[in-house]
Design a protein around this ligand. Structure first.
Ligand code: FES
Length: 166
């Protein structure tokens, strides 16, 4: 009794060597195509991902900003959140730091919070934390310190309890 065991799968009725090579080549080609056509990963440059936090400046953004006022103007702050004679830090319509000073019951003035000296963020006390320049909360004018000018005026208006851009 001389049964001969097949020496390999090709002799045992499995796929021929030619079939295996063809399938193998097809598989490699398919993998290559899959690798080349793989979609790019989703971008990480979404607005949320690219936003930056400000810290250490002494100026805190208002929690009331960013919703609509009903008139289409961007709401920057709530008037009732600012005491007369005080100021709050907020984001302007362009997203930059501003200071909103309540100059009367229904009046406000707003200024860029970017110090004209070297660009630090001026606190809502109208004092720059970097080199101590101070500014007038009603006019933004330079009072003391190394800043060469006052703070730039930002146009805002009061609509009801909203301080809005423009
Ligand atoms: Fe404000 Fe220098 S950056 S005083």
């Amino acid at each position: 009794m001389t049964t001969t065991e097949p020496r390999n799968a090709f002799q045992a009725g499995g796929p021929s060597r030619r079939t295996v090579l063809a399938v193998g080549a097809t598989g490699v080609s398919a993998l290559a195509l899959a690798a080349c056509s793989k979609a790019a990963p989703p971008s990480t440059n979404s607005p949320a991902a690219s936003s930056t936090a400000q810290s250490g400046s002494g100026a805190q953004p208002s929690s009331a900003a960013s919703s609509g006022s009903g008139s289409g103007a961007k709401v920057l702050a709530k008037l009732s959140d600012i005491q007369v004679g005080a100021a709050t830090a907020a984001k302007g319509a362009d997203g930059r730091d501003i200071l909103i000073s309540r100059t009367g019951q229904t009046t406000v003035a707003a200024f860029s919070a970017i110090c004209p000296h070297q660009g630090c963020t001026v606190a809502n006390t109208f004092m720059c934390p970097c080199h101590g320049s101070t500014f007038d909360p009603k006019t933004g004018a330079h009072i003391s310190g190394p800043a060469p000018t006052g703070l730039a005026t930002v146009p805002v208006s009061v609509q009801g309890d909203n301080v809005v851009a423009g």
